[in-house]
Structures are given as C-alpha cells and as structure tokens.
Write a protein that binds this ligand. Structure first.
Ligand SMILES: NC(=O)C1=CN([C@@H]2O[C@H](COP(=O)(O)OP(=O)(O)OC[C@H]3O[C@@H](n4cnc5c(N)ncnc54)[C@H](OP(=O)(O)O)[C@@H]3O)[C@@H](O)[C@H]2O)C=CC1
Ligand SMILES: O=C(CO)[C@H](O)[C@H](O)COP(=O)(O)O
Length: 473
C-alpha cells in the first residue's frame, strides 16, 4: 500500500476541513476517527461524502492508521481539547517510533501541552502544540497556525502546516514557528483572549447604538460596514454587519432571536488565569470574560431589572454617533491588543520562549478570527523595537491613541450617565489612564497594608528594594 505523507486524527468540524485543505494541495492524507456505539462511522461517512475521490485513506483502527503513514510519521490531532488528546496519545504511542511527530492542533490548555511535552520526552516522539485559528472556513481555505514545542519537528512539518495556512497578500503564510515548550498553545490562548475583548467591545458599541433608540438593525449594519472600510477593518466587524442584516425565513432579524447568554469553552478563562499568574493586567480580556458570565445569569438579570429598572439611553445626535463610536472602539481595541501583547511578552520572559511579537502579529493578519488591518502596524511597531515596553508607547499607536482617546472618554461618560454597561471599554480607558500616572493612589494601599498587617512599604525618598514599617497609631 502506498503510504500517506500526513495523518489527521479527528474528523470533526476542524479535522475534516483540514484534511480537505491538505488534499486540495496534493498531500496524501490518512485519517482516523474513533468508532462510537450508536453513532455513524465518521470515517466511512467522510470518505463517501466530502472526501470522495481524493487521495485520502480512512481508518478506525489506530494501528492500521499509524502503519499507513510514511516515516517519520506526521500526525495532527484535531480532537476535543482535554482528556481526548491524552486518550489519543496513549492509543497511538505503541504504534509510533522515535522521531515521529505528533501535533496537537486543538485549543488545548498550554499547561497540558507542557505536561505532554515532558511525558513524551523519553519516548523520542516529537510533540508540537499548535494553536489553529480560523474556524471551519479557515480550516478549509487557510488558517492562522501557531506551532510551538519540540523544534526538531519544525523542518518536517513546516511544508504541510504552511500549505494549509492562510496567505498574506504578498504570499507569506500565516504560520511560523512560535517557540519552545507550550508557547504555541499559549499564543493561541491569548489570541482567543483578545478575541473575547474584541467581541465584547463590538457588542458594547452595538448595545450603545441599539439603546440610543436611533438605529434599526440595517442602519447598525451600515455603520459597521463603514467601520470595515476604515481603520477598524477586521473579520469581526465584517461578520457583525452580516449578522445584523441576516433575516430568517419569516423575514425576522435572526440576531433578535438569539438569547443574550454568551458561551465559552475555556481559552478566555485560561488567559485571565495566566494574567493573574504572570502579574499582567489584561483587564479588557478579564472584563470580557466576566461579562460572558453575567450574560449567562439570565434570571439574575431579570431580578436586577425588576428591582432597578432596565432603562438606558445614549444621548448623542445620531448623525454624530458613527464617527465618535468608531474612534472610541478603535482606541479601546488598541488598548486591548496592547494588553494582549504585554502578556505575551511577560510569558516569553518568564518561560524563556523568546517570542517574536511582530511575527505573531503577522501570523494573526490572515486566517484567524482577530485578523485586522491594524495588525500590520503592530508588526511594524515590534519590528522597529522588539523590546517595546508597551504597544501604546510606539510612535504610531501613541499618536493613534492621542487622536482617538477623547472619543473613548465621551462614549464612556455618556454610557455611564445613560446606564449602558460597557465593562470592556470602561476598563480600556481605566488602564490607559493608569499607565500614564506617575502618581498613582497605590501609596495609600501600601500604607493600609502596612497599617493592618505590617507588610512594609518602599519610600519615595529611599532606593527601591528598601522596605520600611511605620507604627501608624
Ligand atoms: N470549531 C472551531 O471554530 C475551532 C476549534 N478549535 C479546536 O479544535 C479542536 C477540534 O474542534 P472541532 O473540530 O470544532 O470539534 P468537533 O466537536 O467538531 O470534533 C471533535 C472531534 O474530536 C473527537 N473526539 C472527541 N472526544 C474524543 C475522545 N475522547 N477520543 C477520541 N476522539 C474524540 C470527535 O470524535 P467523535 O465524532 O467520535 O465524537 C471529533 O472527531 C478542539 O480542540 C477545538 O477547541 C480550534 C479552532 C477553531
Ligand atoms: O478558537 C476559536 C477561534 O479562534 C474557537 O472558535 C473557540 O471556540 C472560541 O472560543 P469560545 O468558544 O470560548 O468563545
């Protein structure tokens, strides 16, 4: 039997589309999916359906699957994150040889990836944790891929991963080696965290327009379409306009029938946990995550509305709103991304990953959910200064913030006065105003800590690192 060049485990939404993408590029692929009682044979269904007539070999037995692959084996796991990855690794291991490569392409917790790298070290299996973004469409036509882990694998898997990656207008693939350890999955986690902040901020703008009482769904779609022709050009803005325009078979706006309780699968939570562990203030991501939690408390919100009323308004003439909201969203978005890149930098230092932040912004420029025009400028900023302390301090973004932050102030204060909840955008402004304070109020916090717990404090008139205690009473 002619052997396949590449193997994919898991024929769900992502796996099946990646297989089709590889097959389109002329790669001979073997696929595996488990057989489950009472469920159709996914391999058979795939080979008869979308996979028909392509160079794809299908298996429901891991030994046969492994034996169908040329050496060194290159296997991509596209299964549910968590136990399924460990189960598949355990199942595959007896049929693999030293030098074979296993790539976990799911949204795995980077701590699991670090553990798996350790566990596989002695086996000689080269393990890679690759974040993949772009959803179904990206998997099929070009995704943003963030591989990290055992670097010895990179040369062997690079041609395949770069083949299925999205391409920038200059032809460069949105896939480059991220770094050692769990860096690939960490970068994907923060990508998703930024995605949470971006989505929440867009939702806050939608709510502002909706609650101003001046915009229909179609008019809001027009506003977002206009945003998408300017500095906010991005996939999330583009799909927001499409969602707003969509009507069901009864002519009703589909969005109006979607329950306002946002789900989540874990990457936002892991981002926020990492923010706390690394001491990195990713407040926009945290607020976006917490907003999803509050949104899920549907009954609690009904009680809140009964007790306090749910009226809210936004007092601005409709003709002025588009431009002000655009600038406010732009400022908030830059701040959220700056926080995201700061945590990448903090993790890079802590784990010795030597992340290239400009390159990461480039990989996110195509294929992924947070792809956006302004990421070109992020790449430029980190290329000009790879040790940039904060993205906001780069020449370009400092100027962009200077010219847009007053809109964020105006929108935030009108929203606060009118009772519109804007957790992510308010937190962006609070962060911005904090990072430009030479005199923060935290002297008081230190004094309070010293008062009640003798925790000591540093003094403004002594070198850093010298600690003092005062008897305050
Ligand atoms: N959907 C998306 O937009 C994106 C998803 N991802 C990530 O990619 C991975 C796959 O996602 P997606 O394709 O959407 O998921 P699906 O739910 O469509 O498919 C999941 C796949 O995992 C398999 N699987 C589940 N549990 C086990 C198990 N215990 N043992 C073996 N196989 C198992 C399923 O097999 P079976 O059919 O037999 O249950 C199926 O093949 C996830 O980690 C996800 O977070 C990443 C980027 C985007
Ligand atoms: O990885 C993704 C996109 O980049 C997935 O779509 C992910 O499921 C999104 O996260 P959540 O379900 O928590 O909103």
């Amino acid at each position: 039997m002619e052997k396949s060049e590449f193997g994919v485990v898991g024929l769900g939404v992502m796996g099946s589309n990646i297989v089709l993408n590889l097959a389109d590029k002329g790669v001979k692929v073997s696929v595996f999916n488990r057989l489950s009682k009472g469920k159709k044979n996914a391999v058979e269904a795939f080979l008869r359906g979308e996979g028909a007539g392509k160079k794809i070999l299908g298996f429901t037995n891991l030994k046969d699957f492994a034996q169908s692959l040329e050496s060194p084996r290159k296997i991509l796991l596209m299964v549910k994150a968590g136990d399924a990855v460990d189960e598949m690794l355990r199942g595959l291991l007896p049929f693999l040889s030293r030098g074979d490569i296993v790539i976990d392409g799911g949204n795995s917790n980077f701590k699991d990836t670090a553990r798996r790298l350790d566990e596989l070290e002695d086996s000689g299996i080269l393990f890679v944790g690759a974040g993949i973004s772009g959803g179904e469409e990206g998997a099929r036509n070009g995704a943003s891929i963030m591989p990290g882990g055992n670097e010895k694998a990179w040369g062997k898997i690079k041609p395949y991963l770069q083949k299925i990656a999205a391409k920038l207008p200059n032809g460069e693939p949105c896939c480059e080696w991220i770094g050692g350890g769990a860096s690939g999955h960490f970068v994907k986690t923060i990508h998703n965290g930024i995605e949470y902040a971006d989505m929440q901020m867009i939702a806050e703008i939608y709510q502002t327009m909706r609650k101003s009482g001046k915009f229909s769904n179609e008019e809001m779609a027009e506003v977002f379409e206009k945003f998408n022709r300017g500095k906010l050009e991005s996939f999330l803005i583009e799909i927001t306009a499409k969602i707003l325009r969509h009507k069901d078979e009864n002519g009703q706006f589909s969005l109006d029938l979607v329950l306002d309780a946002a789900g989540q699968k874990g990457t936002g939570k892991w981002s926020v946990e990492s923010g706390a562990e690394l001491g990195s203030p990713i407040s926009c991501i945290a607020e976006a995550l917490f907003a999803r939690f509050v949104s899920g408390m549907v009954e609690m919100r009904k009680s809140g509305a009964r007790i306090f009323g749910s009226e809210c308004k936004f007092n601005m003439p409709s003709g002025a709103m588009g431009a002000v909201l655009e600038n406010a969203l732009y400022a908030a978005k830059i701040i959220a991304y700056a926080q995201g890149f700061s945590i990448l930098s903090a993790a890079s230092k802590k784990f010795g990953w030597n992340l290239n932040l400009g390159e990461i912004a480039k990989i996110w420029r195509g294929g992924c959910i947070i792809r956006a025009k302004f990421l070109d400028r992020v790449t430029e900023a980190f290329s000009a200064d790879c040790d940039l302390e904060n993205l906001l301090f780069s020449e370009f973004f400092a100027e962009e913030i200077r010219s847009s932050v007053n809109s964020l102030r105006e929108v935030s204060s009108l929203a606060a006065q009118g009772g519109i909840s804007m957790p992510a955008m308010f937190s962006a402004l609070a962060y911005f105003d904090f990072v430009r304070q030479t005199e923060s109020p935290s002297n008081l916090i230190q004094a309070q800590r010293d008062f009640f717990g003798a925790h000591t404090y540093e003094r403004t008139d002594a070198p850093r690192g010298e600690f003092f205690h005062t008897k305050w009473e």
